[in-house]
Design a protein around this ligand. Structure first.
Ligand code: PLP
Length: 398
């Protein structure tokens, strides 16, 4: 049966990581990974996650199924975190959440919901966006179109072009926005820009689909929620895909939530039922373990404070690396101004260097970044940063 099958091409990011693993150069540096790494290159378990996990295992009396929507403590905690407790109270049954296998599970379940609601739905994504948005959403049956976002020539958001494109999106279409820490560019809307975009979407009757994968990695948990909360204030319909992979470090536990907000309790209840039906036909129920841990961390004050502290330390470290990289590169060469790097948010940013420089860095110095020039700031360390600065400056200046 499988004799005639051709293997699928390697995922470009995973393929590059494989190439890195096989590289024999002992000084190799990997800036292409998609996970947080500490100064020693480890992706640590958060202290509060470790403690909550031990407590959970100790107290757990059964591995029986839980409610189909998922763990209530996790879902309530996630809603409070994203929307703020007052807003959650105000929305009442106009907001609903379903536990999902990671942010990808949430994106896919919400895509299934959109297809059920309107098989002709078009989702507009930023240009560029996280490459996995395409297969994840298109294979559910959605059409994807792009709106202008990042200007490679200016190394920043082309806000006028973005607004012009969003103005042209037909009523009823869905606009996918990154809640914070835009992947791959690290270029985020300012609060004022969020206001403007969301006002256009309100006027034009768009639905907001917000992908939240890095909350707390940008400016802080509250600050990073600005766009989400403003969207909920302004728009009658908002759907949110939340991931706990990065901000709780629960990558392999597959922890996330699909959140639906509408202007009527009955519409929200119907939409939630469609998300649960989609889950039932795909995988029945989401895994519990990571959600159990994150739910406990969010609901226990001591764990919660420790988690916020550690998340803040991670954010501060990435911001320091980002500033050191921008300053280092500006001091080491005169071809390009890299000041824009210091203004980016989260784990990723583009270096904006020519692709040939990326390829030369890889082949000559075993410094790996994506061809798009995306780097993971957390792939830098206090030790390898001076080497990256020196080599990028040297190759760029040739
Ligand atoms: C923009 C974006 N959305 C969603 C996700 C989903 O992550 P996960 O399914 O691992 O929770 C990621 C992960 O890299 C991401 O970068």
């Amino acid at each position: 049966m499988f004799q005639s099958l051709q293997a699928t091409p390697a995922d470009p990011i995973l393929g590059l990581n494989q190439q890195f693993q096989q590289d024999k150069n002992s000084d190799k540096i990997n800036l292409s990974v998609g996970v947080y790494q500490d100064a020693d290159g480890n992706t640590p378990v958060f202290r509060a996650v470790k403690a909550a996990e031990a407590e959970l295992l100790e107290l757990q009396k059964s591995k029986s199924y839980i409610a189909q929507a998922g763990d209530a403590r996790f879902l309530d905690g996630s809603l409070d975190l994203l929307l703020g407790a007052d807003k959650v109270r105000e929305l009442g049954d106009r907001v609903a959440a379903v536990m999902t296998p990671g942010g990808c599970g949430a994106l896919r379940m919400l895509a299934e919901l959109l297809v059920q609601t309107n098989p002709d739905s078009t989702v507009w994504v930023s240009d560029p966006t996280w490459p996995n948005h395409f297969p994840l959403l298109q294979s559910a049956g959605l059409k994807l179109e792009k709106y202008a976002y990042y200007d490679l020539a200016k190394n920043g958001i082309d806000f006028d072009a973005m607004l012009q494109d969003i103005e042209k999106i037909p009523a009823g279409d869905v606009v996918l926005l990154h809640g914070c820490c835009h992947n791959p560019t690290g270029a985020d809307l300012t609060p004022a820009q969020w206001d403007t975009v969301l006002e256009v979407m309100q006027r034009n009757g768009h639905v907001a689909f917000i992908d939240v994968a890095y909350m707390g990695f940008g400016d802080g948990l509250e600050q990073d929620a600005y766009g989400i909360r403003r969207a909920v204030d302004l728009l009658p319909e908002v759907i949110i895909a939340n991931s706990c992979s990065k901000n709780f470090g629960l990558y392999r536990e597959r922890t996330g939530a699909a959140i639906i907000i509408s202007d009527s309790e009955s519409a929200t209840a119907a939409a939630k039922s469609h998300v649960m039906a989609a889950a039932r036909r795909c995988y029945s129920m989401s895994p519990y373990h990571g959600a159990g841990i994150a739910g406990l961390v969010m609901s226990n004050e001591a764990y919660r404070q420790d988690w916020i502290q550690e998340l803040g330390d991670i954010r501060d470290r990435m911001n320091r690396l980002r500033i050191d990289l921008a300053e280092g590169l500006n001091n080491a060469q005169s071809v390009m101004d890299f000041s824009f790097i210091a203004k980016t948010h989260g784990m990723f940013c583009f270096l904006g260097i020519p692709e040939q420089v990326v390829l030369d860095l890889r082949s000559e110095y075993a410094i790996y970044l994506l061809n798009s020039t995306r780097i993971n700031v957390a792939g830098l360390s206090e030790t390898n940063l001076p080497v990256v600065v020196e080599k990028v400056a040297e190759v760029l200046s040739r």
